[in-house]
Design a protein around this ligand. Structure first.
Ligand SMILES: C[S@@+](CC[C@H](N)C(=O)[O-])C[C@H]1O[C@@H](n2cnc3c(N)ncnc32)[C@H](O)[C@@H]1O
Length: 280
């Protein structure tokens, strides 16, 4: 089914009217493809789709899930984790308490990867960790800590490559892998640690009542236009502690002037001390 820019605009406008979801400022390109698929799969035009979403809340949530991209994986982009580990050692080891937020965490694999790393680094006990997402369905999966083995099978190398500094690391200490049943269950000491909470990056502000020593928000802002990205980067800056770490996706970067307030290693940004921001 052919979808025009007007169709996408209409979808965004009407969704805003009938729900709390506001996709103004999302990149139209990925929305067009996704809307096309939703319309074809449901054999509806965009007006009928909106009407059905208005009548049926469950259907609305399903469409929201399908219109946003939820793909994720454990230890995604091992090269990033390899660069992050020494930075975490430098910035986090010395802190009495560590607060980490995974914004746009989808089904939680990144949060559990971080928890495994924190455990191996001896930082687990002093860390408070949050995962948030726009979508309640993916958060339910994250909270359950249950995954299909099939979904992990192509990523075992991610574990090995990312955790090469920890020769004793064994993922089975953290994951109960039932090969016969084809399921993976996060072990309970890990499962109990994170707080997963519904949060819309665009409008919900800091609902956590704390600043963060590290914010990870990978492969989320890539779907936003530059204006919206800048708004979120500013928001992250305001809610990071001094020397706090912001991690974004490998295809994302901060383009606005706020980038000067960070030191940078690839897609890892470290908030500078205020004094370092002075321009002489
Ligand atoms: C591609 S996934 C990225 C997951 C994980 N960060 C990673 O890199 O593997 C993008 C996630 O961002 C979420 N998302 C999109 N817009 C959002 C918003 N405005 N606020 C919070 N989460 C959002 C989607 O629901 C989706 O789960």
């Amino acid at each position: 089914m052919e979808v025009t820019q007007e169709n996408v605009q209409y979808f965004i406008e009407e969704t805003k009217k009938i729900s709390e979801y506001d996709f103004t400022g999302y990149s139209l390109k990925s929305f067009t493809r996704r809307l096309e698929k939703i319309l074809t799969d449901n054999n509806l035009d965009v007006e009928a789709l909106i009407k059905k979403m208005e009548r049926n809340r469950k259907f609305l949530e399903t469409v929201i899930k399908e219109i946003t991209v939820n793909t994720t994986e454990p230890f995604r982009t091992p090269s990033l984790w390899l660069k992050l580990i020494p930075i975490m050692r430098e910035k986090l080891l010395k802190l009495p308490q560590i607060k980490i937020w995974h914004a746009g965490c989808s089904t939680g694999q990144e949060v559990y990867s971080m928890l495994m790393l924190l455990y191996e680094m001896g930082l687990f006990h002093k860390t408070k960790i949050y995962g948030s997402d726009l979508n309640e369905d993916v958060l339910e999966v994250a909270r359950s800590g249950k995954y299909r083995l099939h979904d992990f099978d192509e990523y075992w190398n991610n574990f090995k490559e990312s955790m090469v500094d920890f020769p004793k690391f064994n993922y089975e200490d953290y994951l109960d892998v039932n090969r016969r049943r084809g399921v993976i269950k996060v072990r309970s000491f890990l499962l109990e640690k994170p707080v997963f909470i519904k949060h819309n990056l665009i409008k919900d502000g800091n609902i956590f009542g704390t600043e963060f020593d590290m914010i990870m928000c990978r492969n989320v802002l890539i779907y936003f236009d530059h204006e919206l990205q800048d708004k979120v980067f500013n928001f992250f800056y305001q809610n990071l502690t001094t020397e706090g770490i912001l991690v974004i996706g490998k295809h994302e970067s901060i383009l606005s002037s706020i980038q000067r307030k960070f030191d940078r290693v690839d897609s890892i940004y470290m908030k500078k001390n205020k004094e370092d921001n002075w321009i002489f």
